[in-house]
Design a protein around this ligand. Sequence first.
Ligand code: GLN
Length: 286
Amino acid sequence: MNQECKQVFEALKWASSFLEDNNREAHAARLLLQHVLKIEYTQLMLKMQEPLTDEQQQQFKQLVDQHVAGTPVQYLIGQEEFYGRPFEVTPDVLIPRPETEELVYTTLNKMSSLFPSKSLKFADIGTGSGAIAISMKKECPELEVTATDLSEAALEVARRNAVTNEADIRFLQGDLTKPLGDEKFDIILSNPPYIAHDEAKDMEDVVLEHEPHSALFADENGLKLYRELCEQLPHIMNKPGLIGFEIGYQQGEAVENLLKMHFPNGKIEVLKDLFGQNRMVFCEIK
Ligand code: GLN
């Protein structure tokens, strides 16, 4: 065991530089140590001089090694924060991304101007960890929220996240909107798999080797699920209605065209994320 890991401060110092030397973010050190010690950041700061047991040192070292070898920190600690709330993540679900928080934020903004009433029916298609559905329900408790996913394993994670976050959500297993039958909805959001298979070569190993490919990749140049959604949604959208998709940065025009085809009177907008990339498409149906 490393001599330098006997106290919190030493452990952080060692891990930070070891991570940096291996092109990982030094910040991971504190997240992993908080996980080992089961404490919040502020508590960690107060314990800088405290000793670590041999077992804690060993566990910490092992986690740092696993992260250096490529496992995302979020899977090592089993958690990611989304819209200010904790979400359990396992390799069965995608790690929620900050870009997706923008989809939630923008939808909430649009809702207030589009809909007079607040008791609306909302669906999240392909919910994964449940991040979108649960955040919408917490931010807007009047919503009646349904979430679907093809993966039963993902739904198990999402259900636990709904319990932890005390959000009342109906979860349905099945392909895209199929489990919804012909029930109608006012707002539908989706962050489906959208990466084209031939983009895999440009992706980081941490993503490619650890996150579920079924949540990342789609056929038809990444557009298959948008095409299917656009075919299905006209049957289940109320008027007025709002559709919002997260998209890949090169997919704005293609997804806009798919929506136009099925919602010729819809007001369609392609919006950028905080990194300046096209990341969302909204369709307002009046
Ligand atoms: N935004 C994710 C990524 O870049 C992809 C998410 C998705 O395919 N829905 O890894």
